[in-house]
Design a protein around this ligand. Sequence first.
Ligand code: ADP
Length: 496
Amino acid sequence: MKYILSLDQGTTSSRALLIDQNGKVISKSQKEFKQIFPKPSWVEHDPLEIWNSQLETAQDAINKSNINAKDILGIGITNQRETIVAFDSESGKPVYNAIVWQCRRTADFCQKLKAKSQKLIKEKTGLEIDAYFSASKIRWILDNVVRQTVETCYGKSLRFGTIDSWLIYNLTGKKSFYTDPSNASRTMLYNIKENKYDKELLEIFKIEEWMLPKVIPSNGNFGLTDKKYFGAEIPVHAVLGDQQAALFGQCCFKEGDLKITYGTGGFLLINIGEKLKLSENFLTTIAWHCKSLINQTPTYAFEGSTFISGAIIQWLRDGLGIIKDSSECEKIALSLNSNEGVYLVPALVGLGAPHWDQSARGTILGLTRGSTKAHIVRAAVESMAYQIADLILPVKNELPKDIFIKADGGATKNNFLLQFQADLLGIPVTRSSQTEATALGVAYLAGLKLGFWKSFEDLQKTWHPDELFVPRINREKEYTLWKEALKRSLAWDIIK
Ligand code: ADP
């Protein structure tokens, strides 16, 4: 038997999975790492902790399985997107903490840019101008860390890497500094029509192309791991951003197929095929761009990104301290027959799609003397579903009638959430038997290259629903009240 090692570098933890030729996970390892909040709405990670935790989980998954590293024929990497690591390529050391996708420090900069360049940037990148994407984070580091203090020390050795490229750089003993188009398309510097970094965008953000990782196909040759890490040189065969990997892992290969991932954030992706389209409701992004997989053009996706999904449950645990473990949420939510008019808008870092309000802030409405922690927990779980409804309901009529939603991510363990989502949308929701769609997606891509699977049809056979949630209760009234609650959270950072 031969294997693929899948590295899944998420926002809250690093994971490694060993997957055999049948797509079976034979061992896995996971390690949470520190979330750093230096100021309200700033979010950072320690790049060395990201790298070390990823390496440790990979080594741990291999050790637990008792297989020989020589039987691992390839590595796939999937990762939190948009997050940026600045490092010195001479020493290999980070020059600052990683600025995480959720971080809002560049919101003002982006607000000003919107007035000038919104149309141009949407047309070239498919993205909305927002602090979410990498470009303004790079600009911030250049302005605040490099330019004012140590520019002369770095000279031409300064690099800005997406998380995949930072891992590849370290895994290959600092030999390769590559990324793939699905990750590059989230930097706001990549032209998704011409499939390259865009000169005009680089000028707008005053970023030099040599600072950035080279973009190669999602199933390209990303380099060999340094022998010292696993005892063998293993080729990195596939790279996909986490949401695109989940789309692949859920076997959403056909135009119109869609999935929702409920992780730290909540992400809806719809495969829109090989023709680039722009939408008012969604971002357009590159799903994957592969060498000789089908053809030379990328597969595109519409994406609705909501910043805080499962993260609101973490906040209940770590911020409020009203639950000890996320697994308690379902039971607590179900201890009430309804939300009794309590709504929580989780705009802790502003609101993403479709509202794009950087100055919205978290809100709890409808509290009474009878309210308990159960109301807040239920409102938090419901909010994960309402945010997805905000994305899907406006376009529901354009979706095929027989559609169903494939759900994955850590929070899909919560049956109440998935049932509530199905009720709210009036669309069935399935939890796939593979809750690890993200890690599997990039393993599938590597496996296609290695010949473990011959075609998309082959992979499709591996996908099985675990549980189906069909709509049961009409939730229109709740949804109307949610929209009212949402209005009250908007622009709060400006008003205050
Ligand atoms: P990521 O890959 O973004 O780090 P995961 O897919 O591992 O995220 O999902 C973890 C998220 O899921 C956390 O934010 C956690 O709070 C949430 N979560 C885990 N279990 C539950 C649950 N039973 N109900 C609601 N949310 C949950």
